[in-house]
Design a protein around this ligand. Structure first.
Ligand SMILES: O=P(O)(O)O[C@H]1O[C@H](CO)[C@@H](O)[C@H]1O
Ligand SMILES: O=c1cc[nH]c(=O)[nH]1
Length: 238
């Protein structure tokens, strides 16, 4: 019998080539409400997974916790069980003025300001999404904010303001912690990847307050979260 993947507890019996990943296990319950014939698969450590159908397409949804290392393990184990398309649906902070709460930010590339991906490939290796999935994003969400995002490792850094000003000036549109790992590892494993982020912090806004508002269900952010999940489902079921 096939052994379960040690962290996610997945096996190839999930029987799908498409997965949606997210940091927060609670978001898995939200996406489950949007799918049909949902079956719980596993909940081990930070990896909560369900399988369901959307417009007849079988899709796995799984949380990966916070940060590149746990996302990286999740992506590797998805690859091990035969998944080929992986979309991350996360929350982000805006890096430019004028991006409102709940607006979707879609990464056309990622500044790899994390530690893990440096172990996979030198920093000059690009973190870029799949052209196929990006084309579908443009089809379903032409009005989203498209641009380069920055994935980092430290949420509570003393030099956050300085770093954000630096990267904002370079045109970066949003910040998260896992998209770089998804795209770098995904490319090396021949996966199609994409990252769709719901903005929860205005540029130069209070980081902790933004994430707290997402937890308490602030209306614009809650709508953005559902919109981001639906967009990933639309793309994978196209
Ligand atoms: O909402 P998720 O998917 O967890 O994404 C973002 O939120 C967390 C930080 O609050 C980090 O994981 C960051 O990337
Ligand atoms: O600013 C933010 C908000 C959420 N997650 C991040 O990584 N950064």
């Amino acid at each position: 019998m096939e052994e379960k993947q040690p962290h996610t507890q997945l096996t190839s019996e999930i029987n799908t080539d498409s997965a949606i990943i997210m940091g927060d296990p609670a978001r898995v319950d939200k996406i489950a409400e949007l799918m049909d014939n949902v079956q719980s698969w596993a909940f081990n450590r930070e990896y909560k997974s369900v399988i369901g159908e959307y417009r007849g397409k079988r899709i796995l949804a799984m949380s990966t916790g916070i940060g590149a290392p746990s996302a990286g393990i999740g992506v590797e184990e998805l690859n091990n069980v035969g998944v080929k398309n992986v979309i991350r649906v996360g929350s982000a902070g805006a890096m430019q003025k004028g991006i409102d709460f709940g607006e979707l930010i879609i990464g056309e590339g990622v500044v790899r300001d994390d530690g893990l991906t440096q172990k996979y490939a030198p920093g000059i290796y690009p973190a870029v999404p799949s052209f196929k999935l990006m084309s579908l994003a443009r089809k379903y969400a032409p009005d989203a904010v498209y641009g380069i995002i920055r994935s980092h490792d430290g949420f509570y850094m003393d030099d956050n303001a300085k770093n954000e000003a630096f990267w904002s000036e370079k045109g970066i549109v949003g910040a998260d912690m896992e998209s770089g790992a998804l795209m770098v590892i995904g490319r090396q494993r021949h996966l199609e990847t994409l990252s769709i982020l719901n903005n929860v912090v205005l540029y130069e806004g209070d980081l902790s307050a933004g994430v707290n508002d997402l937890v308490s269900g602030d209306d614009l952010m809650a709508k953005g979260e559902i919109a981001s999940l639906k967009l990933a489902l639309d793309i994978l079921s196209d």
